[in-house]
Design a binder for this molecule. Structure first.
Ligand SMILES: NC(=O)c1ccc[n+]([C@@H]2O[C@H](COP(=O)([O-])OP(=O)(O)OC[C@H]3O[C@@H](n4cnc5c(N)ncnc54)[C@H](OP(=O)(O)O)[C@@H]3O)[C@@H](O)[C@H]2O)c1
Length: 241
């Protein structure tokens, strides 16, 4: 396993899975650049080493629906760290919009496409030249088991995550010869605010965000010849897969 110190952009690091990944990456000695929607709220919250902006931590404004904010974030990160070799997409939203949605729910579907699909797409495009310049770059994407199979009646979320999986396969194809490796992490339920309404499984029995932080930590240590494309994670048995 290698001990490369990476320069990592991470979206959705304000809480949940993204925050756990960022904390572990910081502990591992990497430089991190976090993209957040509400900088003030994050800086005022207590209890995280990530709160202290320092020479290894950069905190930036990032709204996934705003292309300009992606451009500015990438430019500022490049200016601070010199190069960018790792991009971790954790920003995402969840909606229960069903197949036969009400007219007023159409906006939810649009939001899912903008945040879950176009957000990572645009950010990847903004980082691309930096990533392929390194011959050893990584993109890690929080997709979901909902990007692998349709369970229940979550038409909008599921279609956004299937589309994201398609995007990841394409990134893999286009980045491979340039030394860029992509990993999709596909959990079932993870104990974050996104799963706060779930009652079918106890919170302590869900996958914990810190455990995903550990998985990412290991991916970042592995060589190009040993990077898994998909990591499917279930906290409960799904008999149909
Ligand atoms: N939790 C689960 O059960 C689960 C399972 C499978 C996959 N996932 C996926 O894992 C990823 C992380 O989810 P999580 O569980 O950590 O959820 P979470 O706790 O709700 O965190 C979501 C993160 O995304 C950010 N975000 C949301 N909308 C954004 C936007 N328009 N622009 C920029 N950032 C935005 C949030 O920022 P704010 O703080 O500003 O809201 C937050 O940092 C998501 O892609 C999710 O679909 C989660």
């Amino acid at each position: 396993m290698s001990k490369i110190q990476r320069n990592i952009l991470i979206s959705g690091a304000s809480k949940g899975i993204g925050k756990a990944i960022a904390e572990k990456a910081l502990e591992d000695g990497h430089n991190i650049s976090m993209g957040l929607r509400d900088l003030r709220k994050f800086k005022e919250s207590k209890g995280s080493p990530l709160l202290y902006e320092n020479e290894r931590v950069l905190i930036n404004s990032y709204e996934a629906k705003d292309k300009k904010s992606a451009q500015l974030w990438v430019a500022k990160t490049k200016e601070r760290f010199g190069k960018i070799d790792t991009l971790i997409h954790c920003a995402g939203i969840f909606k229960k919009t069903p197949l036969n949605f009400e007219n007023q729910e159409e906006k939810d579907i649009e939001d899912l496409w903008k945040v879950n699909v176009m957000g990572p797409w645009i950010l990847t495009r903004e980082c691309w030249q930096n990533l392929i310049a390194n011959k050893n770059s990584r993109i890690i994407v929080l997709v979901s088991m909902s990007g692998k199979r349709s369970k229940g009646k979550l038409a909008s979320y599921t279609t956004s995550k299937f589309a994201l999986m398609g995007l990841c396969q394409t990134i893999r194809n286009e980045g491979w010869d340039k030394g860029l490796r992509v990993t999709t992490i596909n959990p079932g339920w993870v104990n974050t605010s996104m799963a706060s309404d779930v009652v079918s499984i106890k919170k302590e029995e869900m996958t914990q965000p810190e455990d995903i932080g550990l998985i990412v930590s290991n991916i970042l240590k592995l060589p190009n010849s040993c990077i898994p494309f998909e990591i499917n994670i279930n906290c409960n048995l799904e008999k149909s897969i």
